[in-house]
Design a protein around this ligand. Structure first.
Ligand code: AMP
Ligand code: MG
Length: 434
């Protein structure tokens, strides 16, 4: 395991007052390794495997398809017959249906009426599609120029060969994978234990839904966005509620969270001013670095490891992300800093975010030296097949409605300056994220 000293050392290469997003991502990546207690894994039935991370390669126990079969509705025959001349006449000796093979021996000059998926009869290796033949009674005729020997036959093992890996450990099981596993006759797979993530909000001004608002107070929305984003990543969640801005409450919440979870996520309380008091506490509970990430929104962020015992290095440990309080910053830092760590700790192979190029419809102000994540609305209405993107308007990091209105993040890279109308920008679609 990486020790506290190593953590401090890997952070020390960077300026914590202007940490580039890519550097923060690199550091988090080094720290987010699958937890051994999750790797023990468990076996689950097929339907429960959806969205879980495979703990072992799935080796195909059979050839798929299990037998040579027809790719078309037509007539199966021996390809050698094609050498005869410009047209071929064959006599229909019988019928092969999916699930009802034709197994008699064929003589020269004979063929078998065959349907898609049916076993290719012995002695046959080619299927001529029915559209290419003229049939009269039990005889067919077709042009030999239209077909080559071996065509329209699906070979056994063509899809998956017996003994070969069908799905690789670290894969997040998708709809197609469930079908694939079923096609192999596999009813159970080994998956990683789900990661447990505890989260809470900090702030004396916060109220829970259902409580009345007093002057100066506001509803806690971060716990709901965090809950939703965590659900999408298929982790177990522990909601620790709202924690008051005092040392004792925060310490209690952090210890409890560290005992119960693999990862702890808080929001709020890491901006200048608050940071002094949390910094001192977190240093006593573990090894936590406070960063000012060169990103907007989401500048202040704390990251490190916490311990539940009396001293750092004792008791249970958990990775810790202290996210900023602003609702949009919470979502941006979650997707661009936290997400990858949770996936890696869940045992998943890297799942890069989908990024596509789009043309900005409008000019955008951008300061070089930080990565900006604007909320965008991307469309592809024109005839040229290109994506175009506009911002949702005011980009304040408290404007959560901008996230609901948007369908993508516009990612303006670190070194980039102002954007002119028409310039290409990178967008990360929310689809699948949010
Ligand atoms: P902080 O980082 O704690 O200074 O919070 C920054 C801003 O985000 C303040 O305006 C907070 O009121 C707001 N904020 C903090 N936590 C939450 C939350 N859980 N839900 C909604 N707004 C929040
Ligand atoms: Mg606060």
């Amino acid at each position: 395991m990486t020790t506290s000293k190593e953590f401090s050392a890997c952070v020390a290469h960077y300026d914590p007052n202007a940490l580039p997003v890519t550097a923060a991502q690199d550091i988090v990546r080094q720290w987010a390794v699958p937890r051994t207690r999750n790797a023990q894994g468990e076996r689950v039935g097929l339907v429960d495997a959806l969205g879980r991370v495979l703990a072992e390669d799935v080796i195909s126990p059979i050839d798929v398809p299990a037998f040579d079969n027809s790719a078309m509705d037509g007539y199966a025959f021996a390809g050698a017959e094609l050498a005869g001349g410009a047209t071929l006449d064959l006599a229909v000796a019988g019928t092969a249906l999916a699930g009802k093979p034709f197994d008699a021996a064929l003589h020269a000059g004979q063929c078998v009426r065959i349907m898609t998926g049916a076993l290719i009869p012995p002695g046959c290796d080619t299927v001529v599609p029915q559209e290419l033949v003229t049939r009269e009674g039990d005889a067919i005729r077709f042009s030999t120029a239209a077909i080559r020997a071996g065509q329209n036959r699906r070979l056994s093992g063509e899809d998956l060969a017996q003994g070969k890996p069908a799905l690789i450990a670290g894969r997040i099981v998708r709809a197609s994978d469930l079908g694939l596993l079923a096609s192999l006759g596999i009813g159970e797979v080994a998956v990683h234990k789900r990661l447990t993530v505890a989260f809470f909000s900090t702030g004396d001004e916060l109220r829970s839904v259902g409580e009345p608002l007093s002057p100066g107070s506001l509803y806690d929305s971060n716990r709901y966005t965090l809950f939703a984003m965590l659900k999408r990543l298929n982790v177990e969640t522990v909601d620790l509620g709202i924690v008051r801005d005092d040392r004792a409450s925060l310490e209690k919440a952090l210890r409890e969270a560290t005992e119960r979870a693999d990862v702890v996520i808080s929001s709020g309380g890491v901006s200048v001013g608050d940071a002094d008091f949390t910094r001192e506490l977190m240093n006593s509970l573990g090894d936590v670095a406070f960063w000012k990430i060169a990103m907007r929104p989401g500048r202040p962020l704390a990251f490190g490891r916490l311990w539940s015992g009396e001293r750092a290095g004792t008791g249970e440990s958990a990775l810790f992300f202290g996210l900023p309080g602003n609702p949009v910053a919470v979502m941006a830092t979650f997707y661009f800093i936290v997400r990858e760590a949770l996936l890696a700790m869940s045992g998943a192979t890297r799942q890069p975010l989908t990024a596509i190029r789009a043309n900005s419809v409008e000019p955008m102000k951008k300061r070089a030296g930080r990565t900006e994540f604007q909320r965008g609305i991307a469309t592809r209405d024109g005839d040229d097949g290109r994506w175009r993107v506009v911002t949702t308007g005011p980009q304040g990091s408290g404007v959560l409605s901008s996230m609901s209105e948007a369908n993508c993040f516009i990612v303006l890279e670190h070194a980039r300056g102002d954007i002119d109308a028409g310039d290409e920008v990178e967008i990360v679609p929310f689809d699948g994220l949010i």
